[in-house]
Design a protein around this ligand. Structure first.
Ligand code: PLP
Length: 460
């Protein structure tokens, strides 16, 4: 590639590159940070400054940056056979091996894989597949999907409509029918009216009752699936109350509704297991959505891992000439699947899940120790998926006004001190590579504390 100065890159960038989730009010004046290098848990920008990557790229570079083994696996597959289509009776070696490996890693009878190019496309494909499943088994009215406020499920049309984060909706259209519905988020810190003083168990029951009532109101015969992240990510790192996922699954079973676990962030070791649903929450989903950590972000890949029960229905011959008419040019792309296989090999060889169980627990404890600071309202999350919510008044949980630009200030102080965090509203998210050491975890927490103190000084 021809080389360009950072200024030339910035010119091309601002004139031509449409960035995701960008505030165009400030974009052209403030510029972009051009990230030019990455190794292990660090990234470097075009000024040569290096930072601890506190967000693993975008909660995805789980095995850390710049692994030569990954580059070799990708290059080897390109040289061996970069692409041939997997339609009908044609297949490729890495796609087949990876499907079998995912079936082994996924809980219970989740043993068939539909590959996509990322998380959003896996969500959209899953909804299409579920509608097809219900048509085939003679329940064509079962179409509605229940999601949750504050959920994040992606940016394609259906995934964006399933997303429940209010701020993502400005001027974007909603799908003009009633088959996408939202119930309350499971938010222990900010509970809905009537649930403020409940015990954790009572709050779980409150949410479960709301869910069941919604199903009854919509008509159980019209509801196809419930979708939930084990821990809500972009919605603010919200950990559900004790027993929530299991109780929601029981309601799904009662009404013949499928449970889709969106493990795009929580999967592949972030909480110390390949998948969190069963291992942590003792809940067997019908479908797991995976992306991000499946290749540690080295190359795009998504996957919907579905149960034997669903496969038995969708794989039934329909009628003469009737096909399972779903799939992408890049379904099961051999290069992406090779990268995923190498990623899993590295995770298993280096016992990365066990590492997260130890260092992640330490990181969680360290981040939670920030709770003594006057503007820290809530520290939450689990292992290497943590969020801190900032408030103007701790007793009343009063949010900072937008003009205070609280998370922007925090982000900038952290960056000056060599740490990348992710600002979302009044929340700062941290989700470092899973290979983070105790020393790096100490650095992250100390730097974050100093940045919070500096932000408090700014606000005086
Ligand atoms: N689901 C969750 C929980 C996510 O966090 C994301 C992305 O951040 C997605 C789905 C969408 O994935 P992608 O951005 O790969 O389309």
């Amino acid at each position: 590639m021809k080389s360009y100065s950072p200024e030339q890159i910035w010119e091309m960038d601002k004139n031509h590159f449409i960035h995701p989730y960008t505030d165009f009010a400030t974009f052209k004046d403030e510029g972009s940070q051009v990230v030019t290098g990455a190794k292990g848990t660090s990234i470097t920008d075009s000024s040569g400054k290096s930072y601890l990557d506190g967000i693993a790229g975008l909660w995805c570079v789980n095995i850390g940056h710049g692994r030569e083994e990954m580059a070799n696996a990708i290059a080897d597959q390109v040289m061996q056979m970069e692409y041939f289509n997997p339609f009908g009776h044609s297949t490729n070696t890495p796609g087949s091996i990876l499907a079998a490996k995912l079936a082994e890693l996924a809980p219970g009878d989740l043993n068939h894989v539909f590959y996509t190019c990322g998380g959003s496309t896996a969500i959209d494909s899953t909804i299409r597949l579920i509608h097809f499943y219900n048509n085939v088994r003679g329940k064509p009215d079962k179409k509605k999907i229940i999601s949750r406020n504050d959920a994040y499920h992606g940016s394609t049309y259906v995934a964006a409509n399933l997303t429940g984060i209010h701020a993502t909706k400005y001027s974007f259209d909603r799908i003009a029918n009633d088959w996408i519905n939202h119930v309350s988020a499971a938010n222990l810190y900010r509970r809905p009216l009537g649930a403020e003083n409940l015990s954790e168990a009572e709050y779980t029951q409150f949410l479960v009752n709301e869910f069941e009532n919604r199903i009854i109101q919509l008509g159980a015969d019209s509801v196809a699936a419930f979708i939930a992240e084990p821990i809500m990510g972009a919605g603010g790192v919200l950990v559900a109350p004790e027993g929530y996922h299991k109780a929601m699954k029981a309601i799904c079973e009662k009404y013949d509704i499928l449970y889709i676990a969106d493990e795009v962030v929580t999967g592949f070791g972030r909480l110390g297991h390949f998948f969190a649903s069963k291992a942590i929450y003792d809940m067997q989903p019908d479908i797991i959505i995976s992306a991000k950590g499946i290749t540690s972000g080295y190359i795009p890949l998504g996957a919907a891992i579905i149960s034997e029960k669903i496969y038995q229905v969708i794989s039934k011959p329909q009628c003469e000439g009737g096909l399972f008419s779903m799939g992408f040019t890049y379904t099961g792309h051999p290069v992406a699947c090779s990268a995923a296989l190498k990623n899993i090999e590295i995770m298993e060889r280096e016992n990365i899940c066990e590492h997260v169980q130890q260092v992640g627990a330490y990181f969680q404890e360290q981040i939670c120790s920030l709770a003594d600071l006057p503007i820290v309202g809530d520290c939450r999350g689990s292992h290497l998926m943590m969020g801190v919510e900032f408030v103007a008044d701790k007793t009343n949980k009063t949010p900072f006004p937008m003009e205070a630009e609280i998370s922007k200030r925090l982000f900038e102080h952290c960056a000056k001190l060599g740490l990348i965090v992710r600002p979302i509203g009044n929340i700062i998210v941290m989700s470092p590579p899973l290979t983070i050491s105790r020393e790096e975890s100490d650095f992250a927490t100390k730097t974050f504390r100093t940045s919070i103190e500096k932000t408090m000084d700014d606000l005086k």
